[in-house]
Design a protein around this ligand. Sequence first.
Ligand code: NAI
Ligand code: 13P
Length: 335
Amino acid sequence: MTSVERIGVAGGGAWGTALALTAARAGREVTLWARDPGTVSDVRSRQQNSRYLPGITFDEEIRATSELSDFAGQDAILLVTPAQTTRSMLAALKPHLRPGIPVVLCAKGIEQGSGKLLTEVMAEELPDARPALLSGPSFADDVAKGLPTAVTIAAETQDLADSLSRAMASQAFRPYTSTDLTGVQVGGALKNVLAIACGAVVGRKLGASAQAALTARGFAELTRLGLAMGARQDTLTGLSGLGDLVLTCSTPQSRNFSFGIELGRGKTAQDLINAGGKLAEGAHSARIAVELAERLKVDLPISTTVAQLISGKLSIDEAITALMTRPLKSENAGA
Ligand SMILES: NC(=O)C1=CN([C@@H]2O[C@H](COP(=O)(O)OP(=O)(O)OC[C@H]3O[C@@H](n4cnc5c(N)ncnc54)[C@H](O)[C@@H]3O)[C@@H](O)[C@H]2O)C=CC1
Ligand SMILES: O=C(CO)COP(=O)(O)O
């Protein structure tokens, strides 16, 4: 069984920093790479990441660097940059990693343009490394503060999932293992799109009943796409699917939900993107999820509406009308 003692974390944003803290709390030796030199000096000199985790100071020992070459000699890498940077980050990491090293993909999204899952991108860019995933209901802020969290760690083999799980586990951070790479990724990507829809309903003040209906029908949609892509049902009802959907669809602590709230209040997606606000992965994944579903002949009415809202094809009120006036059907129908 592989022993994972030294962990390199690539990505100095909120989630990368929270996972670096988690690994350090689990007793690992941690090197955190950040693109932004300000983040590196903030971590080194003030034990903080004030840009992405304001108000949190840490006691854990984390080595911060702006050189990917400092990852030579690591036992595993966590890649924690936005989903659309996965391909370029893997290419940049490649010269610095030993063959066979586990690379844990922690972003939640689907590659724009290709419609590929991030493990498929990794198979192309870093075929000598072993892919793994960390996903599930977990806000960076909660994890950084040491609040109790459970996540899914998935890998192709149970042995690797077990090793990575042991390497990250502590009293406040409890990983469950899986070997269903597809299921974990579909859940993580789609819940962000669905959270935008739930946020829009809240922003438009349509009430808690509508929010619950969208979450449940959103889960039906996530399940249809997941099963069509080969996911296991129990993954979709687990932490990385239903668990993360419920979290992200319920609180403005989620950036995707907050993005949806602003859409519901009448802002356009373009306004929000131009304002350069916080990362909302669902805004990038919506259209590509819909294209993927069309190829697989799966109906995703809520995600389609979100994609149309984001592209400016529908206003918020037209989007609601479109969803509420669809043909009536059985709750258990396939679409
Ligand atoms: N924040 C959270 O609570 C959680 C986030 N995630 C996922 O983790 C991923 C990263 O999210 P966050 O860390 O929260 O985002 P963030 O916005 O806090 O940080 C993003 C980081 O990526 C860096 N970055 C951006 N573009 C880059 C590029 N081209 N090359 C290298 N670095 C680049 C930024 O400098 C920043 O350090 C997302 O896919 C998100 O869905 C998953 C679970 C929880
Ligand atoms: O993935 C997350 C929680 O599990 C974070 O969600 P947001 O990116 O919407 O903040």
